[in-house]
Design a protein around this ligand. Structure first.
Ligand code: JCH
Length: 241
């Protein structure tokens, strides 16, 4: 078993405290993942430890300067003992490729992920350009600019947390075997165009509401057919497909 290495660069390292909890925290304790969080400001050179500047061409807000990012990313890359490993740089941004379960599966197969979490209005575009150029950066596996959806967050930290959680639960040994079988045979193929219907546990009657009779019938063919039908109904009512 090879440990998945994840580096996170941010001006808010405290954002990543919840990674110690629950599923991801346990995976770290067990050595399945190794997450290191770095403060971008440790890679500034000026007295005020500044990381932002005004955008060329004008416009509202500030951008993150490329210099601290270059220093921080190079430091993360060269700190790794295994020089044959190449990190994949993931940059959350509202203009990126939408995160999907397929991407989560692909990145769960990757042994080293580096997250660059921007703030303000994002990071100077040359950072993605530079680390994505295999001619200039042959010791990197490339750059992926990723979006969680069409809404604007205050920075890349929450997006990185979401991606880390989606990837971590796919690593061998993180969730129970029964769960991972469901995920592999069902979620990957089906999730793109079908959501699950409702599910129920005890008690059979709760505040006057009954669990559908079919689910307690013991007839597994009827149950499967009912679930497929409910999935269709919910998928259509949510304006998917
Ligand atoms: C981010 C911001 C105004 C960016 C800074 C870095 C990702 N799906 C998703 N929504 N929002 C993000 C995201 C990721 C990284 C950063 N911001 C804030 C604010 C902008 O206008 C161009 C861009 C937001």
């Amino acid at each position: 078993m090879t440990t998945t290495r994840i580096d996170v660069i941010t001006i808010f390292p405290d954002y990543f405290a919840p990674l110690q909890l629950s599923l991801v925290g346990k995976a770290m304790t067990e050595g399945i993942i190794d997450i290191r969080v770095h403060d971008l400001r440790d890679h500034t050179t000026d007295r005020h430890r500044s990381v932002d500047d005004t955008p060329y061409g004008g416009g509202p807000g500030m951008l993150m300067s490329p210099e601290p990012w270059g220093m921080a990313l190079d430091a993360v890359r060269s700190a790794q003992q295994a020089p044959n490993q190449r990190p994949l740089l993931i940059i959350p941004t509202p203009s990126g490729e939408p995160l999907t379960q397929e991407l989560a599966h692909r990145w769960a197969e990757t042994d080293w992920l580096v997250f660059a979490c921007g703030r303000y209005e994002g990071i100077d575009a040359r950072v993605a350009q530079y680390y994505g150029d295999a001619k200039v950066c042959p010791d990197w596996a490339g750059v992926r600019e990723v979006s969680l959806g069409n809404y604007v967050l205050a920075g890349g930290e929450v997006a990185a947390l979401v991606i880390i959680e989606a990837v971590s639960r796919l690593l061998p040994g993180v969730v129970s075997n029964a769960d991972s079988i469901t995920d592999d045979s069902f979620a990957l193929g089906a999730m793109a165009d079908l959501v699950e219907g409702p599910s129920f546990t005890r008690p059979r009657t709760w505040r006057g509401l009954e669990v559908p009779e079919v689910l307690v019938s013991g007839n597994h063919e009827r149950i499967a057919a009912w679930r497929a039908e409910q999935a269709q109904i919910r998928t259509q009512s949510r304006h998917l497909r």
